[in-house]
Design a protein around this ligand. Structure first.
Ligand code: SAH
Length: 386
């Protein structure tokens, strides 16, 4: 096994419990898609790690063992992860959740999501992809009842993004439950599946009545999952706005799965900023506005980035929010801290006051590395405007 010496700041980072290795940590090292042993400059063994180029980072610290990885190692990790999700497994109202979450569950570069009797593996780099047979064999020992699996490539790998991995293929119209609400899922069509599982607590709050009797505007709605949750929780009407044409049929599928009448639920294919103008022109106002944009987007030569532009979304939302209205403001940008996000929000409020009803981050099934704030990328403020 290759031994690599790291400098003092990297040694400190590892001692702190940070797992993600970045380019600057090992500037002179070629990335080899292999296991390595990291040593301090005074030749003290620090950690077992692997190096592999990712969208973010160049590899992961694993632990302090000094041996090769084997199937038993992963079986133990998966068993532990399964034990941690006992409450989810026991639930009859939720059948979709994360089974294994990268570094939070002890091994960066892989996540596994459960959708009823099926699972989706996500590979974040070529190293985990190269050992996938061992990972899958270990997983099948721990979850023999899973009927079939799909895989997503979240690195520069195979040209496609998604493939069937093992077992049965899922039915065309596959429904999962979350907080008793049905969602229409597609397991083998690109990287997405029709629902972002990390938002289940927020949707749960909507199902539980946060928007009961209220009108709700859902911006960057994708498959309108927030709107469906709100509708099931008694919202009087919902409007969902997304640029992507395909979002309409995907959203309809979620509504129909729950027997909801589309008459009270509008689906608009539009740029969010255009919709703000449209709403103002037509004097449309809302009791609850949900804003959950991608970290970065480009549309007709205009770019949007949460780091610079989130405040504009807030500012415009306030213009069409009813008195005592609620804003649900979300971002999944790992590069933005909670403080930075709140500053952006305050900039949008420009001195107007609000009360924070809640700040939510990743739910329990998205287990995080407590020693690295970036791993808890999700931030959702629920605010009541005064
Ligand atoms: N809130 C969604 C997830 C959003 S994913 C959920 O809970 O499931 C981001 C979505 O933003 C994508 O569907 C994309 O089509 C849409 N989008 C990106 N830029 C946009 C813009 N300028 N106006 C409207 N929608 C946009």
């Amino acid at each position: 096994m290759e031994r690599l010496r790291v400098k003092r700041p990297v040694e400190k980072k590892i001692a702190k419990g940070v797992k993600l290795l970045e380019k600057g940590d090992l500037p002179e090292v070629g990335i080899s898609d292999e296991l390595v042993y990291l040593y301090s400059s005074s030749d003290r063994f620090l950690a077992r790690a692997y190096l592999s180029e990712q969208h973010k980072g160049i590899g992961w610290v694993i632990d302090r063992e000094q041996s090769a990885l084997n199937q038993t190692y992963f079986e133990e990790l998966f068993k532990k992860a399964r034990k941690n999700r006992g409450a989810f497994e026991a639930s009859v109202t939720t059948t979709a959740y994360r089974l294994f979450n990268q570094e939070g569950d002890g091994f960066g570069g892989i996540s596994i999501d459960r959708y009823g009797d099926f699972v989706v593996f996500s590979w974040y780099n070529a190293f985990v992809y190269a050992i996938k047979d061992m990972l899958v064999a270990a997983f099948r020992q721990v979850y023999p009842e899973i009927r079939g699996a799909y895989e997503k490539y979240r690195f520069q790998g195979p040209t496609e993004q998604s493939a069937h991995l093992y077992g049965e293929e899922s039915p065309e119209a596959y429904i999962v439950l979350e907080n008793g609400v049905q969602y229409h899922i597609f397991l083998n069509d690109g990287l997405m599946t029709g629902i972002f599982l990390d938002q289940h607590e927020i949707r749960g709050r909507l199902v539980d009545g946060l928007a009961s009797g209220k009108s709700i505007l859902n911006l960057f709605s994708y498959t309108a999952a927030f709107s469906v949750a709100a509708a099931m929780g008694g919202a009087s009407q919902t409007t969902s706005v997304d640029l992507a044409k395909r979002s309409v049929e995907l959203s309809q599928a979620h509504f129909e799965a729950n027997g909801l009448d589309l008459a009270n639920h509008k689906l608009m294919v539009m740029d969010v900023f255009d919709y703000y103008r449209y709403a103002k022109r037509h004097e449309l106002t809302y009791d609850v506005i949900v804003i959950d944009p991608p970290s970065f987007a480009r549309h007709k030569k205009k770019t949007f980035s949460v780091l610079k532009d989130y405040h504009r979304l807030v500012e415009e939302a306030l213009d069409i929010l009813n008195p005592n209205g609620i804003l649900i403001l979300s971002t999944n940008a790992s590069t933005m801290t909670v403080d930075q996000f709140q500053k952006e929000i305050d900039k949008g409020f420009a001195g107007k006051s609000y009360d924070i009803l809640s700040l939510d981050q990743l739910p329990d099934d998205f287990k995080q590395n407590k020693n690295d704030e970036r791993s808890n990328y999700l931030k959702v403020f629920t605010l009541k405007v005064r």
